[in-house]
Write a protein that binds this ligand. Sequence first.
Ligand SMILES: [Zn+2]
Length: 506
Amino acid sequence: MSDNSQRSGKVILLGFDGMDFDLTSTLIEQGKLPNLEKLSRKGVFAPLLSVFPADSIPSWITTFTGKDPSDHGILDHVNYLLGDQDEAKIDTSVFHQKTFWDEIGSKSGSRVCIINPFMAYPAWPVNGVMVSGPAFIAGDIQVSDETSIGDLKIPDSIGGLEDLPGKATMRPFLDKAMQDTRDEAAFGLGMLEKNQPDLFFQTFLASDRVQHFLWRYCDAEDPTYPGQSDVDQGIEEYFSVADKVIGDFMERLDENDILLVMSDHGHGMRCTHCFNFNEYFRRQGYLKSTSGGRRISSKVVIEKLKNRVLRFMNDHDLEDYISKIAKLVPNAQALKKGTHIANYSDSQAYAPDFAGTNPFGGVCINRDKVDDYEAFRTQLIDELERVTYQGQPVFRWIKPRESMYCGQHIDSYPDLLYEMIPSLGTGFSMHTDLFTINPTHKKISGGHKKYGIFFGAGPGQWDVVTSDCKITNMYKTLLTLFGVDDDNSRTVSFFHRKSPAESPTN
Ligand SMILES: [Zn+2]
């Protein structure tokens, strides 16, 4: 162990995808998460700021590598609506063997045991063992060192995209999510026991799916809350399972061990309405419709028909059929994103499907079609800042991408980035009202929020620097615990032992 290491025992990091800071705080206050409550009293509990956009793929990869999304360049988001596996074939090789567990394993000689790191597939050789499954792609679960498994059974749920529920199958979906989590935890505990690593890291992904699909069944304030049902406590039920899993790990800790629990982003009620950016840009004259100047165009007819069908399906509780219908339409992806109707190459500004139907997203500008790029960008910000919905400004903020990040892949971001009020998501429809209902809310009623959770406890007293408690700093925080240097001056460690005087004597 290196001299400046902050740890004396092992470090265990558990990741739960999409566990929300506000919801976790509330459930702790209500006494429903006794193990997390105990952990927060022994150590720290703080909001952990996700990346922009607050999606699982960029956020976990930032956690793994310490690079912000403009640096690692993987900005994809998961579209649960289409459940289309082809869409999510993402090349992740750029960060293979460059993660915190690679650095800690090679530079401090620590033994690592890494289970189910999201998108880190296929497994690669590490100083210890790595077990990972394919996310969104076909493939088998891989183990970098078979001898580390012994007679433990690897759960099938590691990695892959699960079948998504319809409204008649919410209960079995929830039951399976909870059972998968218990099975994965049992496997993780077995691996911890058998391999005795210095660093143990496991992620659980079902927490994200449960909130995406069950939100409106559990939140009486959601306008589409259907009333009492057999899943109306479903999200709390899942959080209780997560709390129990954390408790099981706490029981295995030695007094010098450090336990960290984190999530990659939060969750809340997904936007119920959309601001249709492309319709706004069309009206402003910035975006050309492929209909040209003709008043009656088959493309406009299809667009209007699509808007009406989606609205009809929402009004008649036909949300389970949205993706089926979308798949029957040729070029379904183009229809969803509105590319069939917007003539992007001829336009000055448009909204791409950068972050899905969420309050956060981006606007693209065609440099070739504007005289002065910076002046046009400023003009768009000014105009959009004045847009109101029900008497309120639509945007919490809207700014140039360079004021968010400055990495080598910054051009992968749209030219402007924004966050709207939580009730509004990005809409891509044209030839419709500026503000419409979000026709997919009933299907996917939970949406991502930017604050996930961070818990940390170890021997002695620990402190968290709340203003630095960010996903971008997670990598350096972990390396620092192991005394491993990292030359990235843009990141800092946020979890520290309070003072040496309070350290236990060994
Ligand atoms: Zn996530």
